[in-house]
Write a protein that binds this ligand. Sequence first.
Ligand SMILES: Cc1cc2nc3c(=O)[nH]c(=O)nc-3n(C[C@H](O)[C@H](O)[C@H](O)COP(=O)(O)O)c2cc1C
Ligand code: SF4
Length: 391
Amino acid sequence: MSPLPTYDSMIPEAGLRAALALDRPRIISEIGASGLKGRGGAGFPTAVKWNFAAAAQADKKFVICNADEGEPGTFKDRVILQEHADLVFEGMTVAGKAVGAHEGILFLRGEYTYLRGHLEAVLAGRRDRNLLGKGILGSGLDFDIRIFMGAGAYICGEETALIEALEGFRGEPRNRPPFPVNTGFLGRPSIVNNVETLAWAACILGRGADWFRSVGTEKSTGRKIFSVSGDCARPGVYEFPMGLTVAELLKEVGGEDAKAAQIGGAAGQCVPAKDFGRSIAFEDIPTGGSIIVLGPHRDMLDVLHNFLEFFVDESCGQCAPCRLGNTKLLEGLEMLRNGTCSMAYLKELCDLGGTMQVASKCGLGQSSPNAFLSVVENFREELMGRIPTHA
Ligand SMILES: Cc1cc2nc3c(=O)[nH]c(=O)nc-3n(C[C@H](O)[C@H](O)[C@H](O)COP(=O)(O)O)c2cc1C
Ligand code: SF4
C-alpha cells in the first residue's frame, strides 16, 4: 500500500485549474477556510502568511519551498518529493498566483542531491505542458521554478538562514522583524513554506476547504504526513489525521511497548508512556512529523547525548545562549553518565535550558533544550540512579 493515499488519489492539476479560475483573495480565503497550518513544525496559519505577502508592495516576490529537511528523524518530505513532486510544484504555482510572485525556488537539502535529476525532469515536463512558464494554461499567470542546492547545514532549514544561503551568504538566522513576507529573498516579499504544506495547498484548491477540514481537530485540521523511525515493527512514512493519540499511532506502527516517543525530532518533546493518551496536534503535542519510537531497553542519557551532540555541531554560533548552552548541557550529561553531577548542578542545567528557550535568537537554540528538560521531568527515577547519594 502507498504511504500517501490522499496524494495518490489527487486528480493532476485540479488545484492549479481551480486556482487559475479564482482571483487572488479567493485563493487565500479557501486556504484560510481549510484551517491549513504549516507542516514544517511551527504550525503558522498558511493563509495568514500568504495574506501578508499578497498585501506587500514590491516589484518582485518569491515563493520558496523549504526542502532542507534536516531535523533528525524526519524523512517525509523526501518521500513526497520522490513520489509526488508534481503536487508540490502545483502548490508552489498556486501560491505564486495567490501572492503575486513569478518565481519559485525549491531549496533542496544537500544530501538529497540524488533527487535533483528527477525533480528537474518533472519541472521540464511541466514546462512542456505549459503548467510552468509564460501564460500558464492560457491564463495571465507567468510562473517558473528553479532548484537551489543546500550544502548540508541543519540551520539552513530556518527560513531566514535559508534566505541568507540563497543570497550566497553564510547560513545564519536574521533578526526578525522584518519578516520574510515583507523583506525576504533579495529584500523582496517572500513566502517560505514546507514541502508538505505546499502539497496540501494544491489538494485544498482541488477538493475544497470542507474536504480538508472534515478530519483532524478544530485547531489542527486535515491530515499530516509522519516519518516514523526507531524501535517499532513498521517504521516508515505514514499519513494520519491530525489529533490522533500517540497510543493510536504507536499501534499502527507496531511500537506499543515503547517507553517513550520523541515527537518533533531532536528539537521536540520526549513523551513518556504515561502520556500516550495525548494527541498529536498543534494544541497538544505539535510536530513537523518526526516520531522516534524509544523502546523499553533505551538509555535516556544515550538518547539525549546523541541529540545534544547534534545541536552542538549544528549551532551557527551567533548567539551565546545557544552556542554555550548546548555545550554546557552536553557536558552536564557526561557528568551524569560518569556519576559526577550533583542534584544542585542538575537543577542549574534545567535553569540554563529555560534561559536558552527564551534568550536564544532563533528556533534552534529555543528548542534544543526541550528534550533534556522533558527527560529530566519524566524520567527522574532513571536519572536519579546516576546521581551520587551524597551529592
Ligand atoms: C533550526 C531550524 C530548522 C528548520 N528546518 C526546517 C526544515 O528543514 N523544513 C521546514 O519546512 N521548516 C524548517 N524549519 C522551520 C522554518 O523556519 C519555517 O518555519 C518553515 O519552513 C515554514 O513553513 P510552513 O509554514 O509551511 O511550516 C526550521 C526551523 C528551525 C529553527
Ligand atoms: S540560536 Fe543557535 S542557531 Fe540560532 S542564531 Fe543563535 S547560535 Fe545560531
